[in-house]
Write a protein that binds this ligand. Structure first.
Ligand code: PNW
Length: 477
């Protein structure tokens, strides 16, 4: 493998940031505490409990709204340098708009940020990790372009209040996944059934919102606060079944990652041409007079291009790609026209979509470096699910194997990777799967009102890795 024992290849470079990640709705609880407004996940879990396995909600979750000091304590114990968390929009702006600012919400994040800094841990803040204020969904949510302005106004409140101490910002977490909330009436919040239409409208709003935030920060805050802004995207690696299917996997990458990355990270800008051509053509065939893909004007293309300081990637798994068309009429899946499967020989997790494919991580990092001309890449999530328990041998293997592949990308291939935050610090509310799938390196018993955080075997191994800054030799191939 070109990866020999005792070489520096197993060590993390100087300046490489190591830590763990969470998201507001998944851990905070306090769903109606101290003036917080209702968001689309409150609505989904309260009004459609059958959408969630075991009808769980995030009403209390890990109760991090009250127990955030426990989270910081575990991060400190692990030797984490960074903590990636997200801010609940409706906790700051209960109505979604900046008309009413909930000072008790501001206080909560000030306490969290200050406790992190007091313990030598740097915050990485996601501005939006899927919990849209219900008031904004009432306007139609992300398909409504007006949200590009409301998001900018929300972000401004965050920069004003926290930007003196927060230097790393992520505008959006995984728009490719949350746009799915507009493709089915039983899926992710807000569960709106407009496939092939609402999802593309979402992509346009998100791209313009992201650029609005980036430019607003440059104009109003950057000189003084000197922070960095990126976006976190995700895709599965697509491995062609045979070399004949290489073009189909390339197309898959453009529909999954490229839909968001091409407009921001390429010199050309705009949606990938294969996306434009295929959606335009399918729309015509389906009888639409105008394409389902809302076009970006050349002004917008230039405005969005280059709006990044780093590329955030969440990476979990891979698929095998082959020719063929599946998916409803209309749908993004059909527009893409690639069939993907998972190899039954790849080890499973508790999540149906997540199989263990470490070598795919190196390939995905290389693909991004090549396609987008070597941007600084921050791995903002990577992790493994099981059904719970402290002896999480499979999670230990997952982390060490994936990290070794990332280190090959860094040391052997020269990919510019700047940091890694493990998903997740603690077991938490796994969206439509409630608490049935566990991603934490700390276990949480959701029947215990004290929600104690107990280190799993994986937390101990990550502690060793974070402190020695290398993969222990016992995990060598
Ligand atoms: C990410 N998929 O989501 C999210 O950013 C986290 O909030 C989440 O808990 C974590 O990964 C684990 O799922 C994904 O089905 C959700 O392909 C679903 C998929 C991928 C990522």
């Amino acid at each position: 493998t070109g990866f020999a024992a005792g070489q520096d290849n197993l060590a993390f470079p100087d300046g490489f940031l190591l830590g763990a990640a969470t998201a507001s709705y998944q851990i905070e609880g306090g769903w109606d505490a101290d003036g917080k407004g209702v968001n689309i996940w409150d609505t989904l879990t309260h009004e459609h409990p059958v959408f969630v396995d075991d009808a769980y909600t995030g009403d209390v979750a890990d109760d991090s709204y009250h127990l955030y000091m426990e989270d910081v304590k575990q991060l400190k114990n692990m030797g984490a340098q960074v903590y990636r968390f997200s801010i609940s929009w409706a906790r700051i702006l209960p109505e979604g708009h900046d008309t009413i600012i909930n000072t008790r919400g501001i206080d909560y994040y000030n306490r969290l940020i200050n406790t992190l800094l007091d313990n030598g841990i740097e915050p990485i803040v996601s501005i939006y990790h899927w919990d849209l204020p219900q008031r904004l969904q009432d306007l139609g949510g992300w398909p409504n372009i007006v949200l590009a302005i409301y998001t900018e106004n929300y972000a401004r409140v965050l920069f004003k209040n926290f930007g003196d101490r927060v230097k790393l910002w992520i505008t959006f977490n995984e728009p490719r996944i949350f746009m799915g909330g507009y493709t089915s009436d039983t899926g992710m919040a807000p569960s709106i059934n407009t496939p092939g239409i609402g999802d593309y409208l979402t992509s346009r709003t998100v791209l313009i919102a992201h650029a609005n935030i980036y430019h607003m920060y440059e104009r109003e805050f950057k000189q003084q606060q000197k922070g960095k802004i990126g976006i976190t995207l995700t895709g599965f690696w697509c491995e062609p079944l045979t070399p004949d299917f290489t073009e189909r996997c390339e197309r898959y990458q453009q529909f999954q990652l490229g839909l968001y990355a091409h407009p921001i990270f390429t010199g050309h800008g705009d949606y990938p041409s294969v996306v434009i051509e295929r959606v335009d053509n399918n729309s015509k065939v389906e009888g639409f007079t105008t394409s389902r893909l809302p076009k970006l004007t050349s002004e917008e293309v230039n405005y969005i291009k280059g709006t990044y300081d780093f590329f955030g990637i969440n990476f979990y798994t891979a698929q095998v790609g082959l020719n063929g068309v599946v998916g409803g009429i209309p749908s993004r899946e059909r527009d893409m026209g690639t069939i993907v499967l998972q190899d039954p020989n790849w080890p499973v997790s508790a999540s149906s979509w997540l199989r263990v494919v470490p070598w795919a991580f190196r390939k995905q990092l290389n693909w991004i470096a090549k396609e987008y001309v070597n941007p600084p890449i921050c791995v903002t999530e990577n992790g493994f699910s099981d059904y719970g328990g402290l002896n999480d041998t499979n999670r230990v293997l997952y982390y060490t194997e994936y990290m070794k592949e990332m280190l090959k990308a860094i040391h052997i291939d020269g990919v510019n990777v700047c940091g890694y935050t493990a998903w997740s610090l603690i077991d938490n509310f796994e969206w439509l799967h409630g608490y049935t799938e566990r991603f934490g390196v700390y276990a949480v018993n959701f029947d215990d009102p004290g929600r104690p955080r107990i280190p799993k075997e994986s937390a101990k191994v990550l502690t060793e890795i974070f402190n020695t800054r290398k993969i222990p030799e016992r995990f060598l191939d």
